[in-house]
Design a protein around this ligand. Structure first.
Ligand SMILES: C[S@@+](CC[C@H](N)C(=O)[O-])C[C@H]1O[C@@H](n2cnc3c(N)ncnc32)[C@H](O)[C@@H]1O
Length: 286
């Protein structure tokens, strides 16, 4: 069977199984298997696959048809131009979170005028995508990564080593701020906390519902539990004129703004994602 025939047949199969963008998915799987760029497939449409290659591809396609995310099958994903290992212990970094990372590293760069070695806390670090990106983009910054999942922290450490910033990040394991030493102050607190309402988790796409860790999704009865904690407790860990930058879910903007304003935060901005949906909050103390 040729590359083109395999792509066409597998795309049809994946479409029947409810996989979104089936043609793109099979192209990415095949490129991964053949260790070439996806675009190179187009120059090799007539190439005949060996029986061994077909056998391996069948296995990968079967996994994707069972709705295992592509990133788990290939074992990594790209975030802000860096490579991150991912598995079932960590949320797969999402493209929109790159917007939060960019906001955060710009703030840390500017903060250099106030503090030559600004510090940043990533609350709920998961794969480490935010903490590691900040450490890479801001060589002067000291970064702290906090997560309740020891398994996620192990992945984050691996990712930090892979991106050569392991020694610049301090990892903390535990439930929220309680594991940080009192009095510690950060120039920036950044977080993409769990924000799905518990009952909504069952309604999510299979790739998310069955493969992202529940701990990374579950934001409590109304999905806003972590924002209440952050609004109440983060001020005690923020340096003077420091900022908090958060991601939240679609439709949560007004509620989250209210939660922060009630706790005496000054909301500086609520910003949209690539689809113009409000998804990010930037706030500071008076
Ligand atoms: C939505 S994921 C975000 C991961 C990563 N920052 C990202 O943007 O891809 C939320 C993370 O918060 C962690 N988490 C959940 N409850 C927590 C808690 N009580 N204290 C600290 N971290 C927690 C989860 O383990 C998960 O890694």
């Amino acid at each position: 069977m040729t590359v083109l025939e395999v792509i066409q047949r597998s795309a049809e199969f994946l479409a029947k199984k409810g996989v979104e963008s089936p043609r793109l998915q099979i192209e990415l799987l095949l490129a991964h298997l053949l260790k070439i760029q996806r675009m190179q497939l187009y120059l090799n449409f007539e190439r005949v696959l060996t029986e061994a290659e077909l056998e391996k591809l069948r296995e990968l396609v079967k996994r994707r048809a069972q709705r295992e995310p592509l990133q788990h099958i290939v074992g990594s994903t790209n975030f802000c131009g860096l490579e991150f290992l991912v598995n079932r212990q960590v949320l797969i970094p999402r493209p929109e979170t790159e917007l939060l990372a960019e906001r955060a590293w710009k703030f840390l760069h500017d903060r250099g005028e106030v503090n030559a070695n600004p510090s940043a806390l990533d609350f709920g670090s998961g794969s480490g995508c935010l903490a590691i990106t900040l450490a890479v983009k801001c060589p002067a910054a000291k970064v702290y990564a906090l997560d309740i999942s020891a398994e996620a922290l192990a992945v984050a450490r691996e990712n930090a080593a892979k991106n050569k910033v392991l020694e610049r990040i301090e990892f903390h394991h535990g439930n929220g701020f309680s594991v940080l030493s009192a009095g510690g102050k950060f120039d920036l607190i950044v977080s993409n906390p769990p924000y799905i309402a518990t009952d909504e988790i069952a309604t999510l796409e299979a790739e998310v519902r069955d493969y992202d860790p529940k701990l990374a999704l579950d934001g409590g009865a109304d999905g806003l539990g972590f924002y209440r904690i952050l609004a109440q407790e983060a001020a005690g860990y923020l340096a003077a004129s420091g900022k908090i930058m958060l991601e939240f879910g679609e439709g949560q903007a007004d509620l989250i703004k209210e939660i922060f304003q009630k706790q005496k935060w000054i909301v500086e901005a609520v910003e949209p994602d690539y689809s113009q949906r409000l998804r990010f909050l930037i706030a500071r103390r008076a």
